[in-house]
Design a protein. Structure first.
Length: 341
């Protein structure tokens, strides 16, 4: 393992028009000791050829049949030689001093994860969201989870907007090797938050920087959009896995995470309802999904005990606590009717 080498892992799929911007921003780092591991995941355009034409010895280019982003990131982790790993999506880009700033924090040896801020931009470069405040802090596991859940519920604090995303972070390679934390190959939605929550369970502290060194580009064909029944099942798999992970933790940390957990669960459930209303999905499938959601009794009861702030969140928690597929179906039909007008 090469000390102070940063291995940037870039999964590549049909991004020929953006990949040079992404890789160019990594190669332009003021911290020069880097390698860029690009894995073409079965692209059907000329993405591979575009990267192959970039003449820089720090680029390591691989190709494979399509396996999905989780498998591809895991392969990148296995190939990496650096002391530090980071993940960059192929249509995103980073600031030139990102790695240098992150590696120059005080007492870096104490931390296995360093997190930087993120802003979200359109394909034209316009800033869509930026909740960063340029703060820096050492976050305990509980505080990091609290910020993470607030961010997932669209109530970001200084760091919440970026903590649940796996990019914009440096991960110590030896930490990931020792803990054997990997991405779940079966997940293509919420795989990032499942990965990061798994990391937090193994740590006491992380170092967080809210300054937006990482620029996430929102594209119209984003993998995170839900349009079909298959997309909905991907969404539910991610929700189910996340709720299972959080259930293990909140049992031993009830008070500190109560409000954040309540808001997070209500927001996830609201997304399920609204996406079900906009997706071509059968009533039978909705019933099946509702039963799966209702099975998370422990974390639902925990969230309801601590309560939510807004009326809509309180209503969502009340519906969740009923654990009634029939009621869920009724609410979704109401959403569908509302969406027509």
């Amino acid at each position: 393992m090469d000390e102070n080498l940063v291995s940037a892992i870039v999964p590549l799929y049909n991004c020929a028009d953006r990949i040079t911007v992404c890789i160019g921003s990594i190669l332009a780092q003021t911290h020069k000791n880097i390698e860029v591991i690009v894995i073409d995941d079965g692209s059907t355009d000329n993405s591979y050829d575009v990267v192959a034409s970039m003449a820089d010895p720090r680029i390591r280019l691989y190709t494979q049949e399509n396996h999905g982003v989780s498998y591809t990131r895991n392969r990148g982790m296995d190939l990496a030689k650096g002391e530090w790993l980071t993940f960059v999506d192929s249509d995103d880009y980073i600031e030139a001093n990102m790695f240098e700033h992150m590696l120059n924090i005080n007492e870096i040896d104490k931390f296995d994860i360093i997190s930087a801020g993120i802003d979200t931009r359109s394909e034209t470069g316009a800033i869509i969201s930026n909740n960063c405040t340029c703060e820096e802090a050492v976050l305990s596991r509980n505080k990091a989870l609290e910020y993470l859940m607030l961010g997932l519920a669209d109530r970001p604090g200084a760091f919440g907007e970026s903590l649940h995303l796996i990019y914009s972070k440096l991960y110590r390679h030896s930490f990931l090797d020792t803990t054997r934390i990997k991405f779940e190959d079966s997940l293509s939605f919420a795989e990032d938050r499942v990965f990061f929550i798994s990391c937090l369970y193994k740590l006491d502290y992380i170092y967080a920087i809210s300054r937006p060194f990482y620029h996430h580009v929102r594209r119209n064909n984003s993998l995170s959009s839900v349009k079909t029944e298959k997309d909905m099942m991907r969404f539910i798999d991610g929700l189910h896995t996340t709720w299972n992970l959080l259930t293990q933790y909140v049992k031993t940390n009830p008070d500190e995470l109560g409000k954040a957990c309540a808001g997070f669960l209500a927001h996830d459930f609201n997304r399920f309802l609204s996406r079900s209303a906009r997706t071509h999905i059968s009533n039978e499938r909705i019933k099946e999904i509702s039963l799966q959601i209702s099975s998370h009794k422990d974390i639902i009861d925990f969230a309801c005990k601590h309560g939510a702030d807004s009326f809509m969140d309180k209503l969502s928690l009340m519906i969740l606590r009923c654990r009634s597929p029939w009621l869920n179906n009724l609410v979704i039909k109401g959403f569908r009717l509302f969406c027509r007008y």
